[in-house]
Design a protein around this ligand. Sequence first.
Ligand code: GDP
Ligand code: MG
Length: 163
Amino acid sequence: MKPQVIIIGRPNVGKSTLFNRLVGKKLALVDDQPGVTRDRRLGDAEIAGLQFTVVDTAGWEDDDDLTLPGRMRKQTEASLEGADAAMFVVDARAGLTPLDNEIARYLREYDVPIVLVANKAEGSSGESGVLESYSLGLGEPVPLSAEHGEGIADLFGSLWPII
Ligand code: GDP
Ligand code: MG
């Protein structure tokens, strides 16, 4: 079985754009099991010969008041159970929000390797956001642009040692 890499992050940081970038034109399976897996999308990804299953999540999407309702927590928890690694995506243009910090705190409790992704970093627009993301305590961020396809090679460099 291929290693499974889950994409996690607050709404609008570019998780689905990254998913589509990694999966390309290949078939994206819809995981239509009810309940905890309702919002997951699975796809086959490959970067320079490194093959893995990538999982798009929407666990925090309908989280109006920036807290973590148990149901949403459970959903991500269930996804993390089967994951070999997680890509935690933040928005380098917008900078960190309280929800980013809350998700980071939550992720640090898990024994899963994490790649911190600072998305929307095309050009130099995200520089301060990239620097700020070090404060999450999840290691060195990988700056990239899912939309423009920049930085994917660096993502490979961070992923291959852990999956
Ligand atoms: P999700 O809610 O985390 O799944 O985020 P989406 O993938 O739906 O993207 C949210 C918004 O961010 C969309 O308008 C995307 O076009 C935009 N976006 C995604 N990736 C990038 C990027 O690399 N650069 C910029 N500037 N915008 C991006
Ligand atoms: Mg999405």
